[in-house]
Design a protein around this ligand. Structure first.
Ligand code: Z5A
Ligand code: MG
Length: 222
């Protein structure tokens, strides 16, 4: 067979409501790809180690109060701050496994805005600060109802963990899905191993396509 030139890494994103199993699946995929000697790196947002991330953590734990639109910009700044590192890693052939991203950013803020939106504060406003970030090659959306999520425990500790609010967030995720061609939905109520199996198939395909140069790098919001 003809040897294939090593191309870029794939950007594999996990999104979904609280407690749907994103972090669990990110860890499974990291272990799976590492065992296969795929160069891989895991990122999660908010990145609570950054200076902006410390403010976000204090806000989520209700230690400080911040305006919702200001918080939105902090979440976006937390991603923009590592934009170049992400681009460099992907270009160097490293696959990125990402736990939440701009889609959470948009959905959580848009769910708080009044409709119809006064003063131009709408979905497009929410999307603007994340413009230019690398776009995921696949968005793996783990679908779980807020009721099933709440039954998983520890729910209610942080600022956004309320069932009626999570329902509004889901509505916003659905709008983003309709404009995202790389969006794949998995049933988050399935056994962890069965989800992991589906994830590894999806990831393998994205990694192969990127490695073979079949998918040019894209940037939000394309
Ligand atoms: N937020 C925002 O507003 N704007 C932004 O730009 C971003 C985020 C990026 C903190 O996020 C908050 O920030 C979040 C969104 C908002 N809002 N709230 N609330 P976070 O990612 O740091 O949140 P977290 O504390 O890590 O929770 P999580 O991400 O929602 O959970 P998860 O990662 O999806 O689930 P998990 O930790 O893997 O699993 C949850 C539990 O379910 C755990 O006990 C598992 O053992 C169990 N589990 C996992 N899989 C299964 C299956 N298949 N079956 C049964 N049980 C399972
Ligand atoms: Mg998590």
């Amino acid at each position: 067979s003809v040897p294939v030139a090593e191309g870029r890494g794939a950007f594999i994103l996990f999104e979904g409501l609280d407690r749907c199993g994103k972090s669990t699946q990110c860890q499974c995929l990291l272990e799976h790809l590492t065992a296969q000697q795929v160069p891989v790196q895991k990122l999660s947002f908010p990145d609570r180690q950054q200076e902006t991330g410390k403010l976000i953590a204090d806000f989520l734990q209700r230690k400080i109060q911040l305006d919702p639109l200001a918080v939105h910009l902090l979440f976006a700044a937390n991603r923009q701050n590592v934009r170049q590192q992400m681009v460099d890693s992907l270009a160097a052939g490293v696959t990125l496994i990402v736990d939440r991203y701009a889609y959470s950013g948009v959905a959580f803020t848009a769910a708080q805005l009044e409709a119809p939106h006064p003063r131009g504060l709408d979905l497009d406003w929410c999307k603007t600060p994340d413009t230019g970030l690398p776009a995921p090659d696949v968005v793996i959306f783990l679908r779980l109802s807020p009721q099933d999520a709440a039954a998983r425990g520890q729910y209610g500790a942080e600022a956004y963990e309320k069932i009626d609010f999570q329902e509004k967030v889901q509505e916003q995720f659905d709008k983003l899905r309709d404009t995202s061609p790389n969006w794949v939905e998995l049933d988050a109520l399935l056994e962890q191993d069965s989800i992991a199996q589906q994830v590894s198939t999806i990831a393998a395909e994205a990694i192969q396509d990127c490695r073979q140069g079949k998918r040019p790098m894209q940037y939000l919001w394309s």
